[in-house]
Design a protein around this ligand. Structure first.
Ligand code: ATP
Ligand code: ZN
Length: 286
């Protein structure tokens, strides 16, 4: 039988949809029934295990699954040593200290001797220790943001992505102490067969992730502006250039980083580019 790889993915929560989307974008098809605990891809040797995110590091460590997708925060909080094979960049969030409005916060030292509620005691304790602060860590498994109001904590350390939940509870974000995003984790003792499947999967993931952060741009340009346009585009290789029938004009095409896209676009217009066409890239290898 061919070697198959198993992946643990969050059953339902903030990571689920994006994890499955990423795998589907890799051309891997499967049936993820919301009640099922398992699924198998037909066209790629990958089996799925749908579980709570807290359990993913342990399952991977125990060999119940070979790889998993989990927030870096859950991995660090578990204290389990596993290989991070990719930072998948979605589900970005930060662990922040939040204090009641009006609290005189002037750095993590202001928490000396205070009670801090969190669901991430290991990460918080490490950071307090690194900063030489001794404080009482109050461990709660949820609704961290109400602990100050009910009187069991003076401040909290909680995951934030926008900050609205904090505001609704009369708290303000004082300082970000840790950053997280979804990562792909793997056991370090996989056999060669599984390792080969993982490499194939990672190659596809890289192609999808590269493409997500790029646009493909195509435009006509007066010939003499080519060196300036190439410099504006930057990018991985020199652009593709085709002469137009119209003498003195070229058609130029290239991939452009999404975060630089608008400045490149404006620069090209200034250089006299015409008929600028912008396309999404579905997959791309560097
Ligand atoms: P489960 O039922 O699987 O245990 P959960 O309630 O523990 O789910 P979610 O709330 O779905 O977990 O969050 C999963 C991960 O999403 C977090 O561990 C974190 O990495 C990430 N995340 C992104 N933004 C936020 C946020 N604003 N609050 C909490 N987690 C966030
Ligand atoms: Zn969880």
């Amino acid at each position: 039988m061919d070697t198959r790889l198993s992946i643990a993915v969050q059953k339902s929560g903030r990571l689920s949809e994006k994890s499955l989307d990423l795998i589907r974008s890799c051309g891997i098809e499967f049936n993820a029934d919301s009640r099922a605990l398992k699924a198998s891809a037909a066209d790629f040797p990958l089996d799925f295990l749908f579980v709570r995110d807290d359990d993913i590091p342990q399952y991977v460590a125990d060999g119940v699954a070979d790889i998993g997708i989990v927030g870096r925060n859950e991995l660090d909080e578990s204290g389990i040593e596993l290989d991070i094979v990719r930072d998948l960049r979605f589900a970005a969030c930060r662990l922040s200290i939040a204090v009641p409005n009006g609290y005189p916060y002037s750095g993590i030292g202001s928490l000396e001797g205070k009670r801090i509620a969190t669901s991430y005691p290991r990460i918080l304790s490490t950071i307090l220790k690194e900063n030489g602060v001794s404080a009482q860590v109050v461990v709660v498994s949820g609704s961290v943001e109400i602990t100050v109001e009910v009187g069991i904590a003076d401040a909290i350390a909680d995951l934030v992505s926008t900050g609205t939940t904090l505001k609704m509870n009369g708290l303000e974000e004082a300082e970000c102490i840790y950053r997280s995003s979804a990562v792909m984790i793997a056991r370090s003792d996989m056999d060669d067969g599984k390792r080969a499947v993982l490499s194939r999967l990672l190659e596809r993931i890289d192609a999808v992730m590269n493409a997500r952060h790029k646009k493909y741009i195509l435009f006509n340009l007066p010939e003499e502006k080519l060196p300036l346009a190439a410099a504006a585009i930057g990018g991985m290789k020199s652009p593709t250039v085709t002469p137009l029938m119209d003498k003195g004009w070229l058609s130029v095409q290239s991939a452009v980083d999404e975060d630089r896209f608008w400045s490149v676009f404006e620069e090209l217009k200034k250089l006299g580019a015409e008929g600028i066409l912008v396309m999404n890239i579905e997959k791309m290898t560097e």
